[in-house]
Design a protein. Structure first.
Length: 277
């Protein structure tokens, strides 16, 4: 029988708090939901904790000649998980894996891929063909639906599209990491879009208009009122990135930069001076 102090990695004079802390760390590490092949190790950890955490059992274990020491989980591995759930709660690992009711199905390995998307594709949503190489070495092509408006770095889960190298087990899941490429015109800020436009000083004084081609190819006519200052931000409500769960879009922010000429000739300077009022 393994030395229970060695199993938990604590000294013989360890107090109750130290023993419990060591148990929690090891039980998480070797729980069958995380390490399915470590069931015996997990049982040893629980046996050790049940003994060393009970003052009477600990005293008998430390001095077996003082009385007949006997400890057993009664051959029922479910007792181990009752102990585990008492410490951690039912939320970890889905309960007792030895119980038919709480047992998680074993499946093939999950797989991860990253796909680059144009900002236009993120805006509208897109169907993508993804090539994956399975653990077995076989190449497979899968079709996935990417919903509109996803944030940079979003990870999508597609059940049953992961590895299938062990034919007797269900397929794993496919996790797709979304990476949006930079756009030459639009900058994304969360669910808002930013578009920068430069006008000359005369258009700023007199007013003007220009047209933006949106990410979905729509044409938006933007009116610049007379007297617009450099740094002005115009807000086009509901023209930003889709927020699918809320059924609306963010905003499109038009940032106006005014270009002030720096290389005027003397003649041009005199003309402008003549216009001053």
């Amino acid at each position: 029988m393994a030395n229970y102090y060695d199993v938990l990695g604590v000294s013989k004079d360890a107090d109750e708090k130290t023993i419990k802390s060591a148990y929690k760390k090891l039980a998480k590490q070797y729980h069958p939901d995380i390490n399915p092949s470590q069931g015996d190790k997990f049982k040893d950890i629980n046996d050790a904790y049940q003994t060393l955490s009970d003052p009477q059992k600990k005293a008998e274990y430390d001095n077996p000649m003082a009385g007949a020491f006997s400890f057993s989980s009664n051959g029922n591995p479910g007792d181990i998980f009752e102990q585990f759930n008492h410490i951690f709660g039912e939320g970890f690992g889905g309960g007792n894996p030895f119980s038919r009711r709480g047992r998680r199905p074993i499946k093939n390995r999950d797989m991860q891929v990253s796909i680059p998307l144009a900002l236009e594709e993120v805006y509208t949503g897109v169907k993508k063909t993804v090539n994956i190489k399975l653990v077995s070495g076989r190449d497979e092509t899968v079709q996935i639906d990417v919903p509109p408006g996803l944030l940079q770095g979003t990870q999508l889960r597609y059940p049953g599209l992961g590895d299938d190298s062990q034919s007797e087990l269900p397929r794993g899941n496919l996790f797709v990491h979304i990476e949006a490429n930079r756009h030459p015109k639009f900058i994304r800020e969360n669910y808002n879009l930013v578009y920068q436009h430069t006008i000359d000083c005369f258009d700023a004084m007199l007013g003007t208009e220009f047209v933006i081609t949106h990410l979905d190819k729509r044409k938006l006519k933007i009116q610049i009122p007379p007297g617009t200052q450099s740094g002005t931000v115009m807000n086009l409500h509901n023209e930003g990135m889709p927020i699918v769960k809320r059924g609306r879009n963010g905003d499109l922010l038009i940032r106006i930069n005014v270009n002030i000429p720096t290389n005027l000739t003397n003649e041009q300077k005199n003309i402008i001076k003549g216009l001053k009022w």
